[in-house]
Design a protein around this ligand. Structure first.
Ligand SMILES: Cc1ncc(C[n+]2csc(CCOP(=O)(O)OP(=O)(O)O)c2C)c(N)n1
Length: 516
């Protein structure tokens, strides 16, 4: 058996079921081995940023790593921004990056680059297999490293000759580790903090799934502590019947207002809050002056277990506060981002997965969908735009029985628009809504906020997505995705209903802003 065959069998044996791929010459033996192992599904992505973002979406929804297959340094480099988002999300993910044959590297052939440096910039684990006999145990170690806990990006570099040489055999999975248990004295210290003043519990990571949310809600009911969710959660379970949760705001002043007066800040799977950017005259740390910070559970620790233990101490008889079922009324008239949010809230299907990259157009979405049937909300964890369509791809591969909604700002959608082709190729049940405001609207705001001189025509033209206007329906149809456009709220509701009723991918371009 050659290295590639042993690798693919090992990945399948370790529970890796999908490989989001954009291969080249150095990966041909890996590609050739896929037919023999149907348990590993190869999914072609036409840009590496789609492959890495899809693996992120897959890992967020399953808790297990998908693989990517990438072509040397340049292929990995094309995937870096979404690997950065995956790293911030602590998503388990294994990159397999083909490299030149070991004997070929000294010739500095055109695709030679500092692949290791690129890999290390996003990966918690990097290994280059040097013999075919090592590939399988290296892959099993890579899967284990990706799983953590906490989860993370692992990168296995696979030289072409190691891939094609015989002498390999599959390796068994490396047993996974459970998250470490939070020591009793820590829980006791945090228990005291819940009654020591104005207390906020900032929830993140695994605390944002139902068991963590319900335990946190019981603590809040009994102690009067307020709950907040980290600004950009990897995966937040929300909707009717779950405890509702406000997210810490993106804008520094709003986040400051949410935390004002807090004297005890408890971190449950979240990091101490910081401002997204520095602004003249505003602090970088969002922890109020004099506030004591307590870490109940750091990433990699059993945050749900710790919250449950704390709830038993603080709130043995309290019940979690469930969000009531309620949906907005369907609006009429000219479509706006606010009305689009109401339509989405009115029609969001039970068990939907929302990949949210709506940016400024998404302001109204949390309130409009709060009482919709239970769903998962996936957000832009690392701030590198171009994530939403790929993450939706991976979520749909992971959860074929659920509706996936990709809520996309037009500028962000363009980074990785070729994901639509994979939506069509794989017939994924994804409805993409493009919020067409024809601008990088947030940058209009940021221009003022950083105190730059008022932008003139040259400055503003860098935020303007008109001239020419983007025709998303044509782009979608050109990649095999049925598409429609809506300028009216009723029309948008009709199109959304139709898209959700029909299997397979759809795109609706929601005209929510004037061009230019
Ligand atoms: C990879 C990457 N490149 C550039 C940026 C800077 N950036 C932040 S928001 C933005 C434009 C967002 O425009 P759009 O997605 O249309 O959303 P809108 O602001 O209009 O709601 C840009 C370019 C970024 N965050 N990430």
């Amino acid at each position: 058996m050659n290295g590639a065959q042993a690798l693919i069998r090992t990945l399948a044996g370790c529970g890796v079921e999908a490989c989001f791929s954009n291969p080249g010459t150095s990966e041909m033996h890996f590609v050739a081995s896929l037919d023999a192992v149907p348990a590993l599904r190869g999914v072609l992505c036409l840009f590496e940023g789609v492959a890495t973002g899809a693996a992120d979406g897959y890992g967020r929804m399953t808790g297990r790593p998908a693989a990517t297959l990438l072509h040397l340094g340049p292929g990995l480099a094309n995937g870096l921004a979404n690997l950065h988002n995956a790293r911030r999300a602590r998503t388990p993910l294994l990159n397999v990056v083909g490299d030149h044959a070991l004997s070929h590297k000294r010739f500095d052939a055109p695709l030679e680059s500092d692949l290791d440096a690129l890999a290390r910039s996003v990966s918690g684990w990097v290994r280059r297999s040097l013999r075919s006999a090592d590939v399988a145990p290296d892959a099993a170690a890579g899967v284990a490293a990706a799983l953590g806990p906490p989860g993370g990006v692992a990168t296995l570099i696979l030289p072409a000759d190691v891939s094609w040489s015989d002498g390999a055999e599959p390796a068994p999975p490396v047993p996974s580790r459970p998250p470490s248990v939070v020591p009793e004295p820590v829980i006791e210290q945090v228990r005291r903090a819940t009654s020591a003043g104005a207390c906020v519990i900032l929830l993140g990571g695994a605390a944002l799934r139902r068991p963590g949310l319900e335990a946190a809600s019981r603590i809040a009911v009994a102690s009067g502590a307020r709950l907040l969710c980290e600004t950009f959660p990897a995966r937040l379970e929300r909707g009717a019947g779950l405890p509702g949760l406000e997210r810490l705001a993106y804008l520094t002043e709003f986040a400051q207002a949410q935390l004002a007066g807090t004297t005890q800040l408890i971190l449950a799977g979240a990091r101490a809050p910081v401002s997204f950017f520095a602004y003249p005259g505003l602090p970088s740390s969002l922890v109020p002056d004099g506030c004591q910070v307590h870490t109940l559970a750091a990433p990699g620790e059993d945050v749900c277990g710790a919250l449950t233990d704390l709830a038993e101490r603080v709130a043995p008889d309290a019940r979690p506060q469930a969000q009531p079922a309620e949906r907005p009324a369907l609006p009429g008239g000219e479509l706006t981002a606010e009305k689009a949010a109401a339509v989405i809230g009115a029609l969001l299907p039970d068990g939907a997965i929302v990949s949210d990259e709506a940016n400024t157009s998404g302001l109204w979405l949390p309130a409009a969908t709060a009482g919709a049937p239970p769903h998962d909300w996936l957000t832009l964890t690392g701030g590198a735009i171009g994530q939403g369509l790929p993450v939706a791809t991976g979520a749909a591969v992971a959860c074929p029985d659920r509706h996936v909604l990709a809520l996309e700002a037009d500028g962000s959608a363009m980074y990785t628009i070729s994901a639509l082709w994979t939506h069509a190729r794989e017939q994924l049940d994804i409805t993409t809504v493009i919020f067409s405001n024809h601008r990088y609207a947030i940058l209009d705001l940021e221009l003022q906020r950083v105190g730059a001189a008022a932008g003139g025509a040259a400055a503003r033209s860098l935020f303007d997505l008109s001239r020419p206007d983007l025709d998303f329906t044509a782009l979608a149809r050109g990649m095999g995705v049925p598409a429609a456009r809506a300028a009216d709220a009723g029309e948008f509701a009709d199109e959304l209903r139709r898209a959700l009723a029909e299997p397979g991918p759809h795109l609706i371009e929601a005209l929510v802003g004037q061009p230019g």
